[in-house]
Design a protein around this ligand. Structure first.
Ligand code: ATP
Ligand code: MG
Length: 362
């Protein structure tokens, strides 16, 4: 039984107010994906019988190279204004997590200091912040992997912090995760088929059913059917990340925590994996909590963005607004920050990324 009793699995479609004929601030960042989303009917995918749902809207993708930081200025997210309320799928309220300090009698180190955020069905919320700001810890708390000191985490209206291991295992059906490193997140001694079957068998599916499902999943992430018989080492980083996505999708989750899912990949591969995630969301209505230190990637993927700094959310809002005209000084500094030491290289990398995501592939 799913928390919330398997209620609505997604939002109602809401058109952007005044979208038709409205002047666009800038060129689309990702016209191809936007077009794909617009054309695809929900539930069209092959992944499951869950009946995919309409997205809330397209991503915040459209934008142009604007502003002193050279970041695309994304089109506004219509949000839910005028469309009525949608209950959040995930609701984190005033979450505090601390770890024991180093050394005898050292005070605990507070890593999350009252974090609140929510994710609606079918929505992508980007969580962006510098290294050590607490992004992964939020993801781990949602997955029940770190103890919560205070505050609450609700999924589909039910508290999920402090669940017993048995109830937590049941929740795995609804909340899945994709980690950053495709080289360590797969068991090297299991074939891809076994890796993908594992969650299905654990949920009580028969072996034959699981095999059929594995074939569908491989197709879904655009890997050849014979990948099932091969080992992770026979695949590239991008292909492994596709396997990780397939594994996350195996039991039809409603939320996937994506923790830096493309950070270990080269730019072209990043693009294809991000496209795949968008496509899957359009087809299945899955929601993403999309963790990244890279604002360009977060803007590309997210409807809304939350910025975390030293364990506190310092800014939240529509992805376009937060990533192009941030109000918070820390977010502004993130815009200017160069994750790699060489500023020129960073600029080139960013410009290349913008070109990559803007240019339709053959
Ligand atoms: N199990 C743990 N025990 C002690 N300290 C921890 C533990 N896990 C995380 N921390 C600390 O919590 C802080 C936040 O870590 P976290 O991994 O959430 O950061 P992050 O934002 O994901 O960083 P990055 O971008 O580098 O992945 C860091 O200072 C880290 O050292
Ligand atoms: Mg992290």
């Amino acid at each position: 039984m799913r928390p919330g009793g398997g209620d609505e699995r997604g939002p109602r479609r809401r058109d952007r107010p005044g979208r038709a004929g409205a002047p666009r601030a800038a060129r689309p960042l990702h016209p191809q994906a936007a077009g794909r989303r617009a054309r695809r009917r929900p539930g069209q995918g092959t992944v499951d019988a869950a009946g995919g749902l309409p997205r809330l809207t397209g991503p915040a993708g459209p934008g142009g190279l604007a502003g002193p930081q050279g970041f695309p200025e994304a089109e506004g997210f219509p949000g839910l204004a005028g469309g009525g309320a949608v209950n959040p799928l995930l609701k984190v309220s005033d979450l505090r997590v601390s770890f024991p300090g180093k050394g005898w009698r050292a005070p605990r180190v507070e890593v999350l200091r009252g974090v609140s955020l929510d994710v609606r069905p079918g929505e992508t919320v980007g969580l962006v912040g510098g290294s050590g700001s607490g992004k992964t810890t939020i993801g781990r708390a949602i997955l029940g992997l770190v103890p919560v000191q205070s505050g609450t985490i609700e999924f589909a209206g039910e508290r999920i912090d402090g669940l017993s291991p048995r109830r937590r295992r049941a929740l795995a059906r609804d909340i899945q995760v994709i980690f950053q490193d495709p080289y360590t997140s797969l068991n090297p001694s299991l074939t891809i088929g076994d890796t993908l079957s594992e969650p299905l068998l654990a949920q009580g599916h028969a072996a034959r059913e699981a095999r059929a499902r594995v074939a569908v999943l491989l197709d879904r992430v655009k890997l050849p059917a014979d990948a099932a018989d091969r080992l992770p080492r026979e695949f590239s980083g991008g292909q492994r990340q596709r396997v990780a996505i397939a594994r996350a999708l195996a039991i039809d989750p409603r939320l996937i925590v994506c923790d830096e899912p493309v950070s270990a990949l080269d730019l072209t591969t990043q693009r294809t994996v991000l496209d795949l995630l968008l496509e899957i969301q359009a087809q299945t209505g899955v929601a993403y909590l999309f963790i990244s230190h890279d604002l360009a990637v977060v803007r590309f993927m997210s409807h809304r963005v939350a910025v975390i700094h030293r364990g506190e959310i310092v800014e939240t809002g529509e992805a376009a607004a937060v990533t192009s005209a941030p109000e918070n000084p820390y977010t502004r500094s993130l815009l200017l920050a160069a994750p790699i030491a060489d500023v020129e290289r960073q600029r080139a990398r960013r410009e290349q990324f913008e070109r990559e995501v803007a240019s339709p592939r053959a």
